[in-house]
Structure formats: structure tokens, C-alpha cells
Design a protein around this ligand. Structure first.
Ligand code: MG
Length: 455
């Protein structure tokens, strides 16, 4: 488990007015400003955006106050997807603050920090902001040097233009695709339906009103949550269905027959398409399916595995100049636009592929089949359980990039503690279902029995 108390795998998150309060947001604003000041950025410009959650304005105002008190210039860009804020920061600001809890349930909210180049804050920078938060007096500006608050309502427009500049707009327009888009009342509502219209699609939008009560579905776009989208794709005869999570950095797809596309299939499918246009390296975390490995190797290209977390994937992509990367949860990264997961860009890229006169079910079918199983095991002492697993796999083929990954021929298992909760995740994958089940059962048993032992 990571040692940080404040920042989890994806920023600071919690239940509003319980573990995520206005005071925390203000102090995070002060700590970020103090960090920037120390880095030599005086009167830094910090852009702030939020998803549609009800508490977004409350936490955003508190973060703005903290930043202003330290002399920062704050530019509020309103409700935007996280990738739209990142795109904005790269051109216009020294850092960014995104008020979002991404795919978490309605009662959550959180804060994610963005570096001056638009990338997610590195783990090291987060640790430094966290240190300031707990241990230091913030830098406070003199009475006549507190910051200015500005507004910029063109961030969404610029982001859409950025995407349109990188896809085959004419090709997509001429295909006249019919698309059902379910933005789940989240931040994607202000971008994706408009982007699709500009791409000449016949857009049927679902849950595209901005509403932080998330009245129709959970912000996480799982197959179970997308029943409405699936039905509408079938009854409308659409070419595909598109959904996002609450802050629209992820995408989920439904094919023309109304079948949900498994996210691991989506990742492999996209890698296949990208590599058929341009050869290069691809990056994914060790938790991803072998589907993407098989696809990348079939193109004679290299797949690089990283620790779990989009920031790890993004940093590696940048380091090696990868042509594509992503996670098996619908988080896809297109370096030609920016080094971050990007839901709207993913939508545009999918349309570009379909405009080449194929169907989504057809391109999904080309991805090799695997059986991927996952289990979450709540546990009192994750470290003891991990030690127990380590003893059990001594002498086997083990990779320690993140947790413990054991390789077998055509199969693997990954056992890793959660970064945020007292639980251990076990993944097992094989070409054969029975084998995947057997592997999952073996490690579930080892983890559980470690916890049952007297301390
Ligand atoms: Mg998200």
C-alpha cells in the first residue's frame, strides 16, 4: 500500500462533507500554490475545472480561495471533462485543479492536480504537496498581492478543435454514422454530443443533461449500468453506442448489435487499429489482458508493461515515444493529442475506424479470446498476505513491477494490494476458462488463509 495519507491512486477522493471537505480543498489549494511558489512560479496561473457533481462548486470555491490567498491567478473554466482541463492547462496555465471523483458513486468527490504540461501530477510532486499540506505553513501573499479570479468559457471549444485537428473529419462525415451517446449526466455531456455532431454523425443523446444527482445511472459505465444505452442502440439501429464515466476520461462502447464491448477487447482493438496505421511501441499496466500483447506482437511491435495507474502508463509512453497506450478499463491515451486518458478523443478515433466501412462487432471479433477473472478480497493485513503469496510462488516465474505477477504458458495471475483500501486484488487469465478459475482459486485461498492466521 502507498504510504500517502491524502493522495490515492487517482488524486484525493472521499465522501463529501465526511472524508472530503471544503477545508481540505482550501488547504490543498494553499499547498499547491506553496509548491508552485517554491518551484519558482510566482503569481502562478492555475486553471480549475469540475465535473457535474453537486459539491463541485463548494469544493472548487474552497480550492480557489486557497490558491488566491497565496497570490495565484485562478482561471475557472467551469464544467469540463478532465482531459479538457489538461488540454487547457498545457497551453494556458502553470498547473490545474480538477474537482472530480471520476467514476465513483454520487456521494463522492475529490481533487486531482495537473502539472503545467497538462500531465497528471507525478507521484513525487503529489508527495511534496502532501508534505506541505501536513507539515508546513502555506506561503501567504501580502494583503495587496492576493490573486485574481478570471473565467474562460472557451476551454471546451478549444478542446473540441484540438481533437478535430487530429482525426479524419471528412472521412467520418461522409460515413454519416448514427451514434447513441450516454454521457451519464457527467462532464462528457458538454463535449461528446457536440463533437459527434461536428463529425457529421446523427447523434441520439442519452443522459446528456448536466446533473450531479446522476439520476439515471452510476457514473461508472459498466455493462450493468448501460442497459438504457444498449436498448436504444438496438431499437434505433445505430452503428454504435458510446458512454463515458463521470469526468469523461474513459469510454465504453456498445456494438451495432447492442453487445457491450469488454474494455480489454476495446484496448486491444484500438492498439490493432493504431498499429495498422503506424508502427511503434505500446504501453499498458501489468493488470491488462494478454489480448493486447498478442495484437501488438502480431504487428511485430513492442509492448511495455508498467505499474497499475494511468500516470505510470503516461510517463512510460512519453519516455519511450510510444504510439499508443491505455488501461483495460476504457482509459485510452493518444499521444498525438496529449499524454492522458481521453474519452472524447477515444470516441473520435472509434468513428474514424468505423468510417473505414467496417462494423464495431467485426473489429472486436478480430481480438484474440481470453478468460479474465478478477476478485477483490477484503483483508486486515495486506502486507502479511502478500508475504504469504510470495512464499507460495518461490521459484516460479514472477514479475514484481506492481504486486506479484506470476507467468505460466498462456496464463498469468496478478496479486496486488489496493492503493486506497484494505483489500487485495487477484487477477487470473488464461485461454481456458477452467485454468483461469483454478489459478484464481489458488491465490484467493492463499490470501484468505493468510488473514485467518492469528496475529
Ligand atoms: Mg475518470
Amino acid at each position: 500500500m502507498r504510504g500517502n495519507k491524502l493522495f490515492g491512486t487517482n488524486g484525493v477522493r472521499g465522501i463529501v462533507n465526511e472524508s472530503m471537505t471544503a477545508l481540505m480543498a482550501m488547504r490543498l489549494g494553499e499547498s499547491l500554490a506553496t509548491y508552485l511558489h517554491r518551484e519558482g512560479v510566482k503569481r502562478g496561473v492555475v486553471a480549475i475545472g469540475r465535473d457535474t457533481r453537486i459539491s463541485g462548486e463548494m469544493l472548487g470555491s474552497a480550492a480557489r480561495s486557497g490558491l488566491l490567498s497565496c497570490g495565484c491567478v485562478v482561471v475557472d473554466i467551469g464544467i469540463v471533462p478532465t482531459p479538457a482541463l489538461q488540454y487547457y492547462v498545457r497551453e494556458n496555465a502553470d498547473a490545474g485543479v480538477m474537482v472530480t471523483a471520476s467514476h465513483n458513486p454520487r456521494e463522492y468527490n475529490g481533487i486531482k492536480l495537473v502539472a503545467g504540461d497538462g500531465a497528471e501530477f507525478s507521484r513525487e510532486s503529489e508527495a511534496e504537496v502532501e508534505r506541505i499540506y501536513y507539515e508546513e505553513e502555506p506561503y501567504r501573499a501580502k494583503w495587496n498581492e492576493t490573486g485574481d479570479l478570471r473565467y474562460d468559457r472557451l476551454a471546451v471549444e478549444r478542446y473540441i478543435d484540438g481533437i478535430l485537428g487530429l482525426v479524419d473529419v471528412d472521412g467520418i462525415r461522409s460515413a454519416r454514422l448514427r451514434v447513441v451517446v450516454d454521457t451519464g449526466c457527467g462532464a462528457g455531456s458538454v463535449v461528446t454530443p457536440f463533437l459527434l455532431s461536428r463529425l457529421g454523425c446523427e447523434v441520439i443523446s442519452l443522459n446528456a443533461q448536466v446533473d450531479g444527482t446522476f439520476p439515471s445511472r452510476n457514473p461508472e459505465p459498466t455493462e450493468d449500468a448501460l442497459g438504457e444505452l444498449i436498448d436504444l442502440v438496438k431499437t434505433s439501429g445505430a452503428d454504435l453506442g458510446i458512454a463515458h464515466d463521470g469526468d469523461a476520461d474513459r469510454i465504453a462502447l456498445v456494438d451495432e448489435r447492442g453487445s457491450f464491448i469488454n474494455e480489454e477487447v476495446l484496448l486491444a482493438m484500438m492498439a490493432d487499429q493504431i498499429l495498422s496505421q503506424r508502427k511503434g511501441s505500446v504501453v499498458t499496466p501489468v493488470s491488462s489482458s494478454l489480448r493486447i500483447r498478442d495484437v501488438v506482437e502480431s504487428h511485430g511491435c513492442e509492448l511495455v508493461w508498467t505499474a497499475v495507474g494511468s500516470i505510470d502508463v503516461e510517463q512510460k509512453m512519453r519516455e519511450i515515444g510510444a504510439v499508443f497506450g491505455g488501461e483495460g478499463n476504457g482509459g485510452l491515451i493518444f499521444p498525438e493529442l496529449q499524454y492522458c486518458r481521453d474519452g472524447a478523443m477515444s470516441a473520435a478515433k472509434i468513428l474514424e475506424i468505423l468510417a473505414g466501412k467496417t462494423t464495431l462487432s467485426e473489429i472486436a471479433r478480430r481480438v484474440p479470446e481470453y478468460h479474465t477473472l478478477k476478485a477483490k478480497i477484503p483483508i486486515h493485513d495486506p502486507q502479511a498476505a502478500m508475504e504469504s503469496v510470495a512464499r507460495a510462488i518461490e521459484g516460479e516465474r514472477v514479475d514484481t513491477t506492481d504486486g506479484l505477477k506470476v507467468w505460466y504458458d498462456d496464463s498469468w495471475a496478478l496479486i496486488r494490494p489496493s492503493g486506497t483500501e484494505p483489500l487485495i486484488r487477484v487477477y487470473a487469465e488464461s485461454k481456458k476458462r477452467a485454468r483461469a478459475e483454478e489459478i484464481l482459486a489458488r491465490f484467493t485461498e492463499i490470501v484468505k488463509s493468510a488473514d485467518a492466521k492469528p496475529q
